[in-house]
Design a binder for this molecule. Structure first.
Ligand code: SF4
Length: 228
């Protein structure tokens, strides 16, 4: 039987229900994919409690980035894709590659895979402001960005990555190489997080008080420190 929804071109009919039954019949083990929102590589270095709040869908108004900020990042990525597409000596093999691992419940998006001189590189661009740019100039790449790219190297089985920082007219590139001990610690963190999620528990706070740097920057600060 067909259920007509608001628009005639959107229906819950025999075809859509057959697809659901097909998914049900193949989903014998009730994989974690269906019960846990996946972990985002760009947030994996954060406090475990904060990550669980994210996958639990605890909403914090401060979490939402402004429209302008989002568009700025989109334009930055597009700009680099255009530059690389026209550059001699670089071939954009794939753009916007979704990569994931179901066992560790992690998934994200790579900007591109590049071929330079016959060698493949995963590209991740990061739009940063002037202050952050001077930080990378003096201290090097941010740890969270390096780990994020490392996760993509693991997911794609490409050994080399290019981390491209973009601040308007300035840019810096860091070559990141796959390093398995980093991935071992990330996968073990993912398994612990899955365990918390499956048990419906929230990890303890790793900080003594809410004045720690991560808590000050955390969008769940109020919720977190109000709870026992
Ligand atoms: S407020 Fe601090 S302890 Fe609580 S989730 Fe955020 S970072 Fe973790």
């Amino acid at each position: 039987m067909t259920e007509n929804l608001k628009y005639r071109f959107i229906q819950r009919d025999e075809a859509s229900k057959s697809l659901e039954s097909l998914i049900d019949s193949n989903n014998l083990e009730k994989s974690i994919l269906y019960s846990v929102t996946s972990f985002d590589p760009s947030r994996i270095t954060e406090c475990p409690r904060r990550i669980i709040y994210v996958v639990n869908g605890v909403v914090s108004p401060s979490h939402y980035k402004s429209y302008l900020e989002i568009m700025d990042r989109v334009f930055s990525k597009q700009k680099w894709m255009e530059i690389f597409s026209k550059s001699k000596g670089i071939k954009v093999v794939e753009k916007n590659v979704v990569s994931a691992d179901c066992h560790y419940n992690i998934s994200g998006n790579i900007d591109a895979i590049l071929n330079m001189g016959g060698k493949l590189y995963v590209l991740k661009t990061q739009r940063i402001d002037a202050e952050q740019f001077s930080q990378i100039e003096s201290k090097g790449a941010f740890k969270k960005h390096v780990i994020e790219l490392m996760i993509y190297l693991w997911l794609t089985e490409v050994n080399d990555g290019m981390l491209l920082y973009d601040n308007v007219n300035q840019y810096r590139v860091f070559h990141i190489k796959y390093y398995s001990p980093v991935i071992q610690s990330i996968t073990s963190k993912c398994l612990k997080l899955i365990d918390y999620k499956m048990k419906g528990e929230i990890p303890d706070r790793p900080y003594k008080n809410e004045k720690s740097l991560e808590c000050v920057q955390c969008e769940f600060r109020k919720t977190c420190w109000r709870e026992k």
